[in-house]
Structure formats: structure tokens, C-alpha cells
Design a protein around this ligand. Structure first.
Ligand SMILES: [Zn+2]
Length: 202
């Protein structure tokens, strides 16, 4: 790529670090900013600046929020005795979007690697300990998914919770056949899980 004016290449270099953007698409995006009216480009710049100025991590659940505690953790209408543990904020947003869960959340911030050391530096375990030490939580729901990393993490967390909070009710999201699907189209692993987690008919 030919040499760009310095202020343009500074923006392109930063944009090219975004997921899904290479140098070419970063340059296209930067050129788009230049074509916008100056007020719009400035508004974008200010919005990015404000991201760092005004957003915090909620000290209770770990969500990104403009208040600490966040709106979910400080909502008096929500139940305080069930804690749903997710791997990341996106998963929390998905569950919250459904509008069917009204308990508390905790964002783990990462999962254990499938192999190797079981050190868990990427997970907010101290914050989780602090949350559970509050004594309000009676049930912890594991909502981590069914990847190898998720299963490993769940086993690790459950062992830890059983040791430190023996009376805690532990649960996980059900696994099995998705809604509106037919048995004959299921893969073997899904069928195996569905059989393992079969439910009694009421
Ligand atoms: Zn929160």
C-alpha cells in the first residue's frame, strides 16, 4: 500500500486491529469517515472517547455498564437468590434479551483451555467468591455452553463450589434436541445428550 498521510495511516492502523477488518477495509472505513460531514466524524470520535470515559465494569456481575452496580444488579424487581453464570457479556445479553430470566448474573470473563494447565487467571473467580460470600445466592445456574472448554470450566467450577458452598444448588442449562426439530435430523452427540438428560413426563 502506498504511503498514506500520517494522520490517515494512524487511523487505518488502529482500525485494521479490529476483528474482521484488514488494512484494505480499514482504509475504506477511514476514507468513509473523511467523506462524512465533519460533525458526524467528530461525533463518532467523541462516542469512542466516551466509551472509555463513562463505561465501567459492574463490580457485582462484571457487565459493561455506565453505572456500578449495573441496571440489572440494582433492579429491585429481580430475584436475588439465583445466579446465572455466563462466559461473556454477549451470552448475558442473549439470555436477557429473551426476557424469561429475572435472577442475577455473573460473567466469568473466560473459559478454561481444553488441555494443559488448569490455572484460571482469565476467570473472575475472586469476584465470584465475593458474590457468593454475600450469602444471598441459593442456586448457581451454569450457562456456559457445551464446547470442550465450557464443559471443562463447568466441571472445575462445580468442584470448587461444592467444596466451598456445599449447600448451594448447582444446575446447568438443559441439553438436547432444539425446538421444532425432528429426531431423525439430530447428530449423534445431540441425541446422546438428549437421552442422558431425558425428562420425566408429568
Ligand atoms: Zn451488574
Amino acid at each position: 500500500m502506498q504511503k498514506l498521510p500520517e494522520s490517515l495511516s494512524a487511523v487505518v492502523e488502529q482500525l485494521a486491529r479490529l476483528p474482521g477488518l484488514g488494512p484494505k477495509s480499514a482504509l475504506r472505513a477511514a476514507m468513509t469517515f473523511l467523506r462524512w460531514p465533519a460533525t458526524e466524524t467528530r461525533r463518532l470520535g467523541a462516542a469512542i472517547f466516551e466509551l472509555r470515559e463513562h463505561l465501567h465494569l459492574c463490580g457485582s456481575c462484571g457487565a459493561i455498564s455506565d453505572t456500578d452496580p449495573c441496571a440489572i444488579c440494582s433492579d429491585p424487581a429481580r430475584g436475588r437468590d439465583v445466579l446465572c453464570v455466563t462466559a461473556d457479556w454477549d451470552s448475558l445479553l442473549c439470555i436477557e434479551d429473551g426476557g424469561f430470566y429475572s435472577g442475577q448474573y455473573f460473567i466469568l470473563g473466560g473459559l478454561l483451555a481444553p488441555t494443559g494447565d488448569r490455572a484460571a487467571e482469565n476467570m473472575n473467580l475472586e469476584r465470584l467468591d465475593a458474590r457468593l460470600a454475600g450469602g444471598e445466592i441459593r442456586e448457581v445456574i451454569m450457562a456456559l455452553g457445551t464446547t470442550v472448554e465450557a464443559e471443562n470450566t463447568e466441571a472445575f467450577l462445580c468442584a470448587r463450589l461444592r467444596r466451598e458452598h456445599p449447600d448451594m444448588l448447582l444446575s446447568r442449562l438443559a441439553q438436547g434436541i432444539p425446538l421444532c426439530s425432528e429426531v431423525k435430523f439430530m447428530d449423534r452427540d445431540t441425541l446422546r445428550q438428549s437421552l442422558k438428560y431425558r425428562q420425566a413426563l408429568k
